[in-house]
Design a protein around this ligand. Structure first.
Ligand code: BGC
Length: 327
Protein backbone atom coordinates (compact mmCIF):
# COMPACT_ATOMS: atom_id res chain seq x y z
CA UNK A 1 0.00 0.00 0.00
CA UNK A 2 1.24 3.49 -0.84
CA UNK A 3 1.38 6.14 1.87
CA UNK A 4 -1.40 8.73 1.48
CA UNK A 5 -0.39 11.48 -0.89
CA UNK A 6 -1.67 14.69 0.64
CA UNK A 7 -0.67 16.86 -2.24
CA UNK A 8 -3.48 18.59 -4.03
CA UNK A 9 -0.87 20.34 -6.09
CA UNK A 10 0.38 17.01 -7.50
CA UNK A 11 -3.18 16.23 -8.57
CA UNK A 12 -3.71 19.67 -10.09
CA UNK A 13 -0.43 19.42 -11.93
CA UNK A 14 -1.31 16.06 -13.44
CA UNK A 15 -4.75 17.34 -14.43
CA UNK A 16 -3.08 20.28 -16.14
CA UNK A 17 -0.61 18.03 -17.95
CA UNK A 18 -3.35 15.57 -18.92
CA UNK A 19 -5.47 18.32 -20.46
CA UNK A 20 -2.39 19.47 -22.38
CA UNK A 21 -1.57 15.96 -23.61
CA UNK A 22 -5.12 15.48 -24.88
CA UNK A 23 -5.30 18.94 -26.45
CA UNK A 24 -1.90 18.62 -28.14
CA UNK A 25 -2.86 15.31 -29.71
CA UNK A 26 -6.38 16.16 -30.85
CA UNK A 27 -6.38 16.38 -34.62
CA UNK A 28 -7.72 19.34 -36.59
CA UNK A 29 -10.70 17.17 -37.51
CA UNK A 30 -11.61 16.91 -33.80
CA UNK A 31 -10.57 13.25 -33.48
CA UNK A 32 -8.74 12.09 -30.37
CA UNK A 33 -6.13 9.42 -31.19
CA UNK A 34 -6.50 6.55 -28.71
CA UNK A 35 -2.72 6.72 -28.40
CA UNK A 36 -0.50 8.87 -30.61
CA UNK A 37 2.53 6.59 -30.24
CA UNK A 38 1.14 3.10 -30.54
CA UNK A 39 0.61 2.05 -34.14
CA UNK A 40 -2.58 -0.05 -33.69
CA UNK A 41 -4.21 2.78 -31.71
CA UNK A 42 -3.68 5.55 -34.24
CA UNK A 43 -7.41 5.80 -34.74
CA UNK A 44 -10.23 7.49 -32.90
CA UNK A 45 -12.70 5.27 -31.08
CA UNK A 46 -16.20 6.47 -30.21
CA UNK A 47 -15.74 4.84 -26.78
CA UNK A 48 -12.36 6.31 -25.84
CA UNK A 49 -13.22 9.62 -27.48
CA UNK A 50 -16.47 10.04 -25.59
CA UNK A 51 -14.77 9.57 -22.23
CA UNK A 52 -12.04 11.96 -23.34
CA UNK A 53 -14.52 14.62 -24.49
CA UNK A 54 -16.46 14.22 -21.25
CA UNK A 55 -13.25 14.77 -19.27
CA UNK A 56 -12.28 17.79 -21.38
CA UNK A 57 -15.74 19.26 -20.86
CA UNK A 58 -15.39 18.80 -17.10
CA UNK A 59 -12.02 20.55 -17.34
CA UNK A 60 -13.65 23.53 -19.09
CA UNK A 61 -12.23 22.68 -22.51
CA UNK A 62 -15.44 23.48 -24.34
CA UNK A 63 -13.93 23.83 -27.79
CA UNK A 64 -12.04 20.55 -27.64
CA UNK A 65 -15.13 18.61 -26.52
CA UNK A 66 -17.30 20.20 -29.21
CA UNK A 67 -14.74 19.52 -31.93
CA UNK A 68 -14.96 15.86 -30.99
CA UNK A 69 -18.77 15.97 -31.05
CA UNK A 70 -18.53 17.56 -34.52
CA UNK A 71 -16.29 14.68 -35.61
CA UNK A 72 -18.85 12.15 -34.33
CA UNK A 73 -21.76 13.98 -35.96
CA UNK A 74 -19.99 14.15 -39.33
CA UNK A 75 -19.32 10.40 -39.28
CA UNK A 76 -22.89 9.59 -38.37
CA UNK A 77 -24.43 11.95 -40.93
CA UNK A 78 -22.16 10.57 -43.64
CA UNK A 79 -23.60 7.11 -42.88
CA UNK A 80 -27.26 8.14 -42.86
CA UNK A 81 -28.39 5.64 -45.49
CA UNK A 82 -26.31 2.86 -43.92
CA UNK A 83 -28.06 3.53 -40.60
CA UNK A 84 -31.51 3.73 -42.17
CA UNK A 85 -30.86 0.45 -43.98
CA UNK A 86 -29.95 -1.29 -40.73
CA UNK A 87 -26.25 -1.78 -41.52
CA UNK A 88 -23.66 -1.90 -38.72
CA UNK A 89 -21.17 0.89 -37.96
CA UNK A 90 -17.58 0.66 -36.73
CA UNK A 91 -16.19 1.35 -33.28
CA UNK A 92 -13.22 3.34 -34.56
CA UNK A 93 -12.34 5.45 -37.57
CA UNK A 94 -9.36 7.21 -39.08
CA UNK A 95 -8.90 10.79 -37.92
CA UNK A 96 -10.65 12.05 -41.03
CA UNK A 97 -13.63 9.80 -40.41
CA UNK A 98 -12.91 6.96 -42.84
CA UNK A 99 -13.23 3.24 -42.16
CA UNK A 100 -10.12 1.79 -40.56
CA UNK A 101 -8.01 -0.77 -42.44
CA UNK A 102 -7.48 -4.31 -41.28
CA UNK A 103 -9.61 -7.08 -39.94
CA UNK A 104 -9.81 -5.96 -36.30
CA UNK A 105 -13.46 -6.63 -35.46
CA UNK A 106 -15.08 -3.33 -34.82
CA UNK A 107 -18.82 -3.87 -34.42
CA UNK A 108 -19.36 -2.36 -30.98
CA UNK A 109 -22.45 -0.44 -29.98
CA UNK A 110 -21.36 1.18 -26.72
CA UNK A 111 -19.64 4.18 -28.32
CA UNK A 112 -22.85 5.33 -30.01
CA UNK A 113 -24.52 5.53 -26.61
CA UNK A 114 -21.50 7.09 -24.99
CA UNK A 115 -21.17 10.00 -27.38
CA UNK A 116 -24.83 10.87 -26.72
CA UNK A 117 -24.22 10.63 -22.97
CA UNK A 118 -21.10 12.81 -23.19
CA UNK A 119 -22.86 15.36 -25.41
CA UNK A 120 -25.87 15.68 -23.10
CA UNK A 121 -23.59 15.98 -20.05
CA UNK A 122 -21.64 18.70 -21.79
CA UNK A 123 -24.81 20.61 -22.66
CA UNK A 124 -26.06 20.39 -19.08
CA UNK A 125 -22.71 21.42 -17.58
CA UNK A 126 -21.99 24.32 -19.91
CA UNK A 127 -25.54 25.34 -20.84
CA UNK A 128 -24.35 25.41 -24.44
CA UNK A 129 -26.91 24.82 -27.21
CA UNK A 130 -26.65 21.50 -29.02
CA UNK A 131 -29.45 21.99 -31.56
CA UNK A 132 -27.02 21.68 -34.44
CA UNK A 133 -26.38 18.07 -33.39
CA UNK A 134 -30.08 17.13 -33.57
CA UNK A 135 -29.90 15.24 -36.90
CA UNK A 136 -26.89 13.22 -35.69
CA UNK A 137 -28.55 12.62 -32.31
CA UNK A 138 -31.70 11.32 -34.00
CA UNK A 139 -29.73 9.05 -36.32
CA UNK A 140 -27.70 7.68 -33.38
CA UNK A 141 -30.89 6.94 -31.49
CA UNK A 142 -32.34 5.22 -34.56
CA UNK A 143 -29.15 3.17 -34.87
CA UNK A 144 -29.31 2.09 -31.22
CA UNK A 145 -33.03 1.29 -31.46
CA UNK A 146 -32.33 -1.01 -34.40
CA UNK A 147 -29.31 -2.84 -32.98
CA UNK A 148 -29.25 -2.70 -29.19
CA UNK A 149 -30.15 -6.37 -28.72
CA UNK A 150 -27.55 -7.66 -31.17
CA UNK A 151 -24.38 -9.38 -29.94
CA UNK A 152 -21.35 -7.15 -30.47
CA UNK A 153 -17.74 -7.07 -29.36
CA UNK A 154 -17.09 -6.23 -25.72
CA UNK A 155 -15.17 -3.21 -24.40
CA UNK A 156 -11.96 -5.18 -24.88
CA UNK A 157 -12.81 -6.11 -28.47
CA UNK A 158 -12.23 -9.80 -27.84
CA UNK A 159 -15.50 -11.70 -27.64
CA UNK A 160 -18.95 -11.18 -29.08
CA UNK A 161 -22.05 -11.18 -26.91
CA UNK A 162 -24.65 -8.99 -25.27
CA UNK A 163 -22.63 -7.46 -22.45
CA UNK A 164 -23.72 -5.39 -19.44
CA UNK A 165 -21.13 -2.66 -20.07
CA UNK A 166 -22.34 -2.23 -23.65
CA UNK A 167 -25.98 -2.10 -22.58
CA UNK A 168 -25.16 0.39 -19.82
CA UNK A 169 -23.57 2.73 -22.37
CA UNK A 170 -26.55 2.38 -24.72
CA UNK A 171 -28.89 2.99 -21.78
CA UNK A 172 -26.97 6.13 -20.79
CA UNK A 173 -27.14 7.54 -24.30
CA UNK A 174 -30.86 6.92 -24.67
CA UNK A 175 -31.66 8.09 -21.14
CA UNK A 176 -29.68 11.29 -21.73
CA UNK A 177 -32.29 12.20 -24.36
CA UNK A 178 -35.24 10.82 -22.37
CA UNK A 179 -35.86 8.06 -24.85
CA UNK A 180 -38.54 5.60 -23.70
CA UNK A 181 -36.48 2.58 -24.79
CA UNK A 182 -33.80 3.39 -22.21
CA UNK A 183 -35.71 1.55 -19.50
CA UNK A 184 -36.09 -1.58 -21.64
CA UNK A 185 -32.34 -1.57 -22.27
CA UNK A 186 -31.65 -1.12 -18.56
CA UNK A 187 -33.83 -4.06 -17.71
CA UNK A 188 -31.89 -6.30 -20.08
CA UNK A 189 -28.67 -5.78 -18.10
CA UNK A 190 -27.69 -8.97 -16.33
CA UNK A 191 -24.66 -8.42 -14.13
CA UNK A 192 -25.15 -11.57 -12.09
CA UNK A 193 -24.24 -13.99 -14.85
CA UNK A 194 -21.45 -11.85 -16.27
CA UNK A 195 -17.75 -12.69 -16.02
CA UNK A 196 -15.91 -10.72 -13.32
CA UNK A 197 -14.72 -7.87 -15.49
CA UNK A 198 -13.76 -4.32 -14.59
CA UNK A 199 -15.85 -2.97 -17.47
CA UNK A 200 -18.88 -3.80 -15.28
CA UNK A 201 -17.97 -0.77 -13.16
CA UNK A 202 -19.48 1.45 -15.82
CA UNK A 203 -22.96 0.05 -15.04
CA UNK A 204 -23.46 1.84 -11.69
CA UNK A 205 -21.33 4.79 -12.79
CA UNK A 206 -23.78 5.52 -15.60
CA UNK A 207 -26.77 4.83 -13.37
CA UNK A 208 -27.76 1.70 -15.27
CA UNK A 209 -27.53 -0.49 -12.16
CA UNK A 210 -28.27 0.70 -8.63
CA UNK A 211 -25.51 0.98 -6.07
CA UNK A 212 -27.24 -1.61 -3.91
CA UNK A 213 -27.71 -3.99 -6.79
CA UNK A 214 -24.05 -3.60 -7.75
CA UNK A 215 -22.61 -4.22 -4.28
CA UNK A 216 -21.99 -7.99 -4.68
CA UNK A 217 -20.36 -7.45 -8.09
CA UNK A 218 -18.17 -4.70 -6.68
CA UNK A 219 -17.05 -6.99 -3.86
CA UNK A 220 -16.26 -9.69 -6.41
CA UNK A 221 -14.24 -7.26 -8.55
CA UNK A 222 -12.33 -6.09 -5.48
CA UNK A 223 -11.55 -9.61 -4.45
CA UNK A 224 -10.59 -11.05 -7.82
CA UNK A 225 -9.16 -8.36 -10.05
CA UNK A 226 -8.00 -5.52 -7.80
CA UNK A 227 -4.60 -6.46 -6.46
CA UNK A 228 -3.55 -5.60 -2.90
CA UNK A 229 -1.20 -2.97 -4.23
CA UNK A 230 -4.19 -1.09 -5.65
CA UNK A 231 -4.04 -1.77 -9.40
CA UNK A 232 -7.06 -2.93 -11.38
CA UNK A 233 -6.95 -5.67 -14.01
CA UNK A 234 -9.49 -6.12 -16.80
CA UNK A 235 -10.41 -9.74 -15.94
CA UNK A 236 -8.66 -12.68 -14.37
CA UNK A 237 -7.62 -14.51 -17.56
CA UNK A 238 -6.32 -11.45 -19.36
CA UNK A 239 -3.28 -12.23 -21.47
CA UNK A 240 -2.91 -8.95 -23.34
CA UNK A 241 0.57 -7.76 -22.31
CA UNK A 242 0.36 -10.35 -19.54
CA UNK A 243 -2.71 -8.73 -18.00
CA UNK A 244 -1.26 -5.65 -16.32
CA UNK A 245 -2.80 -2.93 -14.18
CA UNK A 246 -4.97 -0.61 -16.25
CA UNK A 247 -4.78 3.06 -15.30
CA UNK A 248 -8.18 3.93 -16.73
CA UNK A 249 -9.74 1.18 -14.65
CA UNK A 250 -8.20 2.56 -11.46
CA UNK A 251 -9.88 5.85 -12.43
CA UNK A 252 -13.18 4.11 -13.11
CA UNK A 253 -13.06 2.23 -9.79
CA UNK A 254 -12.32 5.51 -8.00
CA UNK A 255 -15.33 7.11 -9.72
CA UNK A 256 -17.52 4.20 -8.60
CA UNK A 257 -16.17 4.56 -5.03
CA UNK A 258 -17.23 8.21 -5.05
CA UNK A 259 -20.75 7.27 -6.13
CA UNK A 260 -20.85 4.58 -3.44
CA UNK A 261 -19.92 7.18 -0.80
CA UNK A 262 -16.40 5.76 -0.35
CA UNK A 263 -14.58 9.06 -0.83
CA UNK A 264 -11.37 8.08 0.93
CA UNK A 265 -10.89 5.05 -1.31
CA UNK A 266 -11.66 7.19 -4.35
CA UNK A 267 -8.94 9.57 -3.25
CA UNK A 268 -6.54 6.64 -2.86
CA UNK A 269 -7.15 5.64 -6.48
CA UNK A 270 -6.40 9.19 -7.58
CA UNK A 271 -3.16 9.17 -5.63
CA UNK A 272 -2.32 5.73 -6.99
CA UNK A 273 -2.54 7.13 -10.51
CA UNK A 274 -0.49 10.25 -9.66
CA UNK A 275 2.32 8.00 -8.49
CA UNK A 276 2.29 6.08 -11.75
CA UNK A 277 2.50 9.04 -14.12
CA UNK A 278 5.73 9.72 -15.94
CA UNK A 279 7.41 13.05 -15.10
CA UNK A 280 5.95 14.49 -18.35
CA UNK A 281 2.48 13.44 -17.21
CA UNK A 282 2.01 10.51 -19.56
CA UNK A 283 -0.26 7.77 -18.33
CA UNK A 284 0.08 4.43 -20.08
CA UNK A 285 -2.70 2.05 -20.94
CA UNK A 286 -1.38 -0.56 -18.55
CA UNK A 287 1.58 -1.10 -16.28
CA UNK A 288 3.62 -4.28 -16.54
CA UNK A 289 3.43 -4.77 -12.77
CA UNK A 290 1.64 -7.51 -10.93
CA UNK A 291 1.00 -9.30 -14.20
CA UNK A 292 -1.70 -11.93 -14.16
CA UNK A 293 0.03 -13.97 -16.90
CA UNK A 294 3.70 -12.95 -16.93
CA UNK A 295 4.53 -15.56 -19.61
CA UNK A 296 2.36 -13.70 -22.10
CA UNK A 297 4.10 -10.35 -21.72
CA UNK A 298 7.18 -10.83 -23.90
CA UNK A 299 5.34 -11.97 -27.00
CA UNK A 300 3.27 -8.76 -27.05
CA UNK A 301 6.41 -6.72 -26.49
CA UNK A 302 8.11 -8.46 -29.42
CA UNK A 303 5.07 -7.98 -31.61
CA UNK A 304 4.01 -4.41 -30.85
CA UNK A 305 6.61 -2.83 -28.55
CA UNK A 306 5.68 -1.48 -25.09
CA UNK A 307 2.01 -0.90 -24.18
CA UNK A 308 0.34 2.26 -25.48
CA UNK A 309 1.70 5.35 -23.77
CA UNK A 310 0.23 7.85 -23.34
CA UNK A 311 -3.27 6.45 -23.62
CA UNK A 312 -5.61 9.41 -23.88
CA UNK A 313 -8.43 7.47 -22.21
CA UNK A 314 -6.13 6.98 -19.18
CA UNK A 315 -5.44 10.74 -19.02
CA UNK A 316 -9.20 11.34 -19.29
CA UNK A 317 -10.22 9.02 -16.48
CA UNK A 318 -7.71 10.72 -14.23
CA UNK A 319 -9.18 14.15 -15.06
CA UNK A 320 -12.69 12.84 -14.47
CA UNK A 321 -11.85 11.27 -11.12
CA UNK A 322 -10.09 14.44 -9.99
CA UNK A 323 -13.12 16.42 -11.05
CA UNK A 324 -15.71 14.24 -9.29
CA UNK A 325 -13.58 14.31 -6.14
CA UNK A 326 -13.91 18.08 -6.11
CA UNK A 327 -17.70 17.88 -5.90
C1 BGC B 1 -9.16 -1.74 -25.77
C2 BGC B 1 -10.35 -0.91 -26.20
C3 BGC B 1 -9.90 0.47 -26.58
C4 BGC B 1 -8.74 0.43 -27.55
C5 BGC B 1 -8.15 1.81 -27.77
C6 BGC B 1 -8.11 -1.72 -26.85
O1 BGC B 1 -7.01 -2.49 -26.46
O2 BGC B 1 -9.53 -3.07 -25.52
O3 BGC B 1 -11.29 -0.80 -25.18
O4 BGC B 1 -10.98 1.17 -27.13
O5 BGC B 1 -7.72 -0.39 -27.07
O6 BGC B 1 -7.75 2.39 -26.56
Amino acid sequence: MDEPLNQDSAVDELVFKSVGIIADNQTLSGAYPASPNFEPYKYCWFRDGSFIADAMSRAGQVKSAEQFFDWCADIILARKSQIENGQPLDARYTYDGQAADGDWQTFQLDGYGLWLWALAGHARRTERPIDKYRPAIDLSILYLEKHWQEPCFDWWEETKGVYPATLACIFAGLAAFNHPKAEQVRQAIDIKSARTDASLLICPVLGAVSQEGFAPTLADIEQRIVDPEGGVHRYADDEYYGGGQWILLAGLLGWQYMLAGRREEARQKLDWIVRRAQPNGWLAEQLPNHLLKPVSYQSWLDRLGPPANPLLWSQAMFITLASVLKT
